[in-house]
Ligand binder design. Structure first.
Ligand code: HPA
Length: 275
């Protein structure tokens, strides 16, 4: 058997044995500082990544490293409290391993979240952005032999983010009085933050927010026909018109994400309820 396939099934078998007859419908990836949504999951089964065969332990700040299975919005969900990044030295097979494990476990929907820099001049710290599309500057995770049991060699990316979910999320946000923005997410490798010229370049090519994650997971989810909803929390203004003494070192990222996490939790829960 292909080594990647073997790794996916080993991990899926392990999780499956732990959760018994629970059948997760929605997968959730919780980005930097957004892990507290997991506290709202009822009757949780918590599986530390370090127990799951083939899973690395995340090293990124604000990423705890648990898989949490339980009920949210009346549905069985499986949430990643912390993700694997390319900048940590993981291969793309590892970055996307949990998504394929979730696929084997039966999810139909994937909700992804991240902390991002707002390159759109109208965006401010603490804003929530529904991801409408993306621009990928990370390696494509589907390079290599195609995993036929998951999807086709050349998957369609015309609609990476599900239009019905986006419309529903916007309606829910309006109903709840939560302000949301919409925009294009750009991902680079990191781990250095961008230069002012790079932020400007990303804005010019059509990005609204910039980060170091998410797109590989989305590509792998779409490859295996999982419907995706994505949300960025704007944690810094990537506006390239800084004050003299401004330092962009990520210190504010986790704090800003923490403040916005409650709004995002409400939105995700209501959206899951509506599925
Ligand atoms: N750039 C890249 N990744 C990020 C940023 C940023 O400005 N903010 C939060 N994640």
């Amino acid at each position: 058997m292909n080594q990647i396939i073997e790794r996916i099934h080993k991990a899926a078998d392990y999780v499956s044995a732990k959760i018994g007859d629970m059948k997760p419908v929605v997968g959730i990836v919780l980005g930097s500082g957004l892990g507290k949504l997991a506290d709202k999951i009822e009757d949780p089964v918590v599986i530390p990544y370090k127990e799951i065969p083939g899973f690395p332990v995340p090293t990124a700040v604000g990423h705890k490293g648990n898989l949490i299975i339980g009920t949210l919005g009346g549905k069985t969900v499986i949430a990643m409290q912390g993700r694997f990044h390319y900048y940590e030295g993981n291969t793309m097979d590892v970055v996307t391993l949990p998504i394929r494990v979730m696929k084997v476990l039966g999810i139909k929907y994937l909700f992804v979240s991240n902390a991002a820099g707002g390159v759109n001049f109208d965006f401010h710290v603490g804003d929530l952005m529904i991801i409408t599309d993306h621009i990928n500057h990370l390696p494509n995770p589907l390079v290599g032999p195609n995993l036929e049991e998951f999807g086709p060699r050349f998957p369609d990316m015309t609609r990476p983010y599900d239009r019905k979910l986006m419309a529903k999320a916007q309606a829910i946000a309006e109903e709840m009085g939560i302000e949301v923005r919409k925009g294009v997410y750009f991902a680079g490798t990191g781990p250095s933050y961008e230069t002012p010229a790079e932020y400007k370049y990303f804005r010019l090519i059509g990005a609204d927010a910039v980060g170091m994650s998410t797109i590989p997971e989305v590509i792998v989810a779409r490859h295996s026909d999982i419907a995706v909803f994505g949300m960025s929390v704007i944690t810094n203004e990537a506006h390239d018109d800084y004050d003299e003494d401004y330092v962009n070192d990520g210190d504010d990222v986790v704090n800003a994400a923490d403040a916005a996490a409650d709004k995002m939790t409400v939105l995700f829960t209501k959206l899951i309820e509506s599925l």
